[in-house]
Design a protein around this ligand. Structure first.
Ligand code: 13P
Length: 287
């Protein structure tokens, strides 16, 4: 059932768990995530980066595929189709394409410009029934080829953006996308507590969910994080399972080169990763 992400995240804040956002890149990933969310009776958010949107030939194709697949698989849990790290133009395009949720990432703009653009997109999103995520304090690591260092968001700036009527807020607390380096200092929980105090019940989003130790995930949830994004971990498990299949020579046996066979181990690996995350985030049986 396609919905915006507003209600599912309000419920997550009240119930002290987090909904997983899993990024999609193709049909197999989408199917794996939807089937696992349904099996676990968990609400779920499908994230689409602008790069992934382009790869899948555009946001309209993505929206059509997700809506049709949600129906044909008989998915009953709430599913939000969400733009991940959207630009100003990308956010507008996803509203037009039929997404149910957008993220506008204005974190690299001066705060006044982030406020102005976010204000405009909040109105556009809400007028069309979508939920909207905004960002303060750039998340480090790699976002679609752009590498940045993890910032810690200023609590007063978070409050300014929160007051614009957004539905959930991504605030940098030292988290980064991709695999964490060995000398990573961990999440800044003092900053998270300061932000939480300023923004009240607004759901917080933790990006860079790959490789954050389970105890840090639990602490983050206890401090108001209600949405956790995972992308790289699905990519790694997909690649590892595919590599194992090839190294075992399975692609040279029978019809092992048939894409439906060839991609099956990776699709199963994504299901295992998503299942593990839903357990960790506490969102099973919350649909
Ligand atoms: P990872 O790739 O580190 O899991 O981060 C995903 C993310 O935050 C997408 O916005």
């Amino acid at each position: 059932m396609l919905v915006n992400a507003s209600e599912m995240l309000k419920k997550a804040v009240a119930g002290h768990y987090a909904v997983g956002q899993f990024n999609i890149n193709n049909l197999e990933w989408t199917k794996s995530i939807l089937l696992t969310a349904e099996e676990m009776k968990a609400p779920v958010i499908l994230g689409v980066s602008e790069g992934a949107g382009k790869y899948m030939t555009g946001f309209t194709t993505v929206a059509a595929m997700v809506k049709a697949m949600d129906k044909s698989l008989g998915i009953t849990v709430p599913v939000a189709l969400h733009l991940d790290h959207g630009t100003y133009d990308g956010a507008k395009a996803c509203v037009a394409a039929g997404f149910t949720s957008i993220m506008f990432d204005g974190s690299h703009y001066p705060i006044d410009e982030n406020v102005a653009k976010t204000t405009e997109l909040v109105k556009l999103a809400h007028d069309n029934g979508l939920s909207i995520e905004a960002e303060v304090g750039a998340i480090g690591g790699e976002e679609d080829g752009v590498i940045g260092a993890g910032e810690v968001a200023d609590a007063d700036e978070c409050k300014r953006i929160a007051d614009l009527g957004i539905d959930f807020l991504a605030a940098g607390i030292g988290n980064i996308h991709g695999v964490y380096p060995a000398n990573w200092k961990g999440l800044d929980f003092d900053a998270l507590a300061r932000i939480k105090e300023k923004i009240g019940e607004l759901p917080l989003v933790l990006h860079g969910g790959t490789g954050i130790p389970a105890d840090m995930i639990k602490t983050a949830i206890s401090l108001g994080v209600a949405k956790i994004n995972v992308n790289t971990e699905c990519q790694l498990s997909f690649a590892a399972a595919t590599r194992t299949y090839i190294e075992a020579g399975k692609d040279r046996e029978g019809k092992g080169f048939d894409p439906r066979k060839f991609l099956a181990p990776g699709a199963k690996a994504i299901q295992d990763t998503v299942r593990e995350k839903i357990e960790l985030f506490g969102s099973a049986n919350k649909a």
